[in-house]
Design a protein around this ligand. Structure first.
Ligand code: CTP
Ligand code: CA
Length: 225
């Protein structure tokens, strides 16, 4: 975008972004979590503010500073994230699910700290499924014309898995990253392909997460008109 500064092509739009990774508690001191830093979601929030949007950032356990100008809603678990995203999505023009949402949570929460006992094997951790927020949003579309975007990190058969996931979720765009050494988790840069149901593929070369974020907004804006 150079020195001219960003265009205000999201002015008058409300966008909702989920970021970070959910934590599913086992007891008051322990949780099941994941490695998401929140950087890609925060980049989406920052770039959307720069392009003139009203931004709601549903932030799951990220240590990053609140992006200036965004309305930040902190959440912990997948169930809390679902509630916050669905509420904010009611009047949103676009929803981007950049958060790593835990697929499962412990079926039982221990009110007191789980203790080990001499001579006793640990009890297995039983899990139950979490709600799929992206699939639910894509199916319900609380606001007509709303654009719903998902993210997927894959290790093998990246494009084939991405295509299948796009169809399964029913979203308008799916940003697929290959998880590799210098890519994705905690890094400052990302490389991805953005898939759409019309079969189009938009490759985004390895680069800053803000560049990938701007490409996502370019594709979203195109779908508004
Ligand atoms: N997602 C979600 N709710 C879940 C799980 C995932 O909204 N319970 C969203 C993520 O925020 C992301 C997209 O779905 O935008 C894809 O997440 P991913 O984990 O790749 O998809 P899954 O359907 O969980 O498939 P997998 O079995 O590969 O983890
Ligand atoms: Ca998953």
């Amino acid at each position: 975008r150079g020195t001219a500064g960003p265009v205000a092509d999201l002015a008058g739009r409300h966008v909702v972004i989920s970021a970070g990774g959910t934590r599913e508690p086992l007891d008051p001191v322990r949780f099941l979590g994941n490695r998401s830093s929140g950087k890609q979601g925060y980049a989406l929030a920052r770039t959307a503010v720069a392009r003139g949007a009203r931004v709601t950032l549903v932030a799951a356990n990220s240590e990053l500073a609140d992006p200036a100008g965004a309305d930040v809603i902190p959440v912990g678990t997948a169930v809390q994230l679902r509630e916050a995203v669905l509420k904010a999505a009611e009047d949103a023009d676009a929803v981007v699910m950049a958060a790593a949402v835990a697929d499962f949570r412990p079926s039982h929460y221990a009110e007191g700290k789980i203790k080990k006992r001499d001579g006793e094997e640990p009890a297995p951790v039983e899990l139950v499924r979490n709600p799929d927020v992206l699939a639910e949003l894509s199916a319900s579309r609380p606001r007509p014309g709303q654009i719903v975007v998902g993210f997927a990190a894959e290790t093998d058969d990246v494009l084939a898995n991405g295509r299948a996931k796009l169809a399964r979720k029913g979203c308008d765009l799916l940003v697929v990253n290959e998880v590799g050494e210098r890519k994705t988790f905690g890094s400052e840069a990302n490389e991805a392909v953005v898939l759409a149901p019309d079969g189009s593929e938009t490759p985004v070369p390895y680069g800053p997460k803000d560049d990938l974020a701007d490409t996502v907004w370019d594709l979203v804006v195109r779908r508004f008109s």
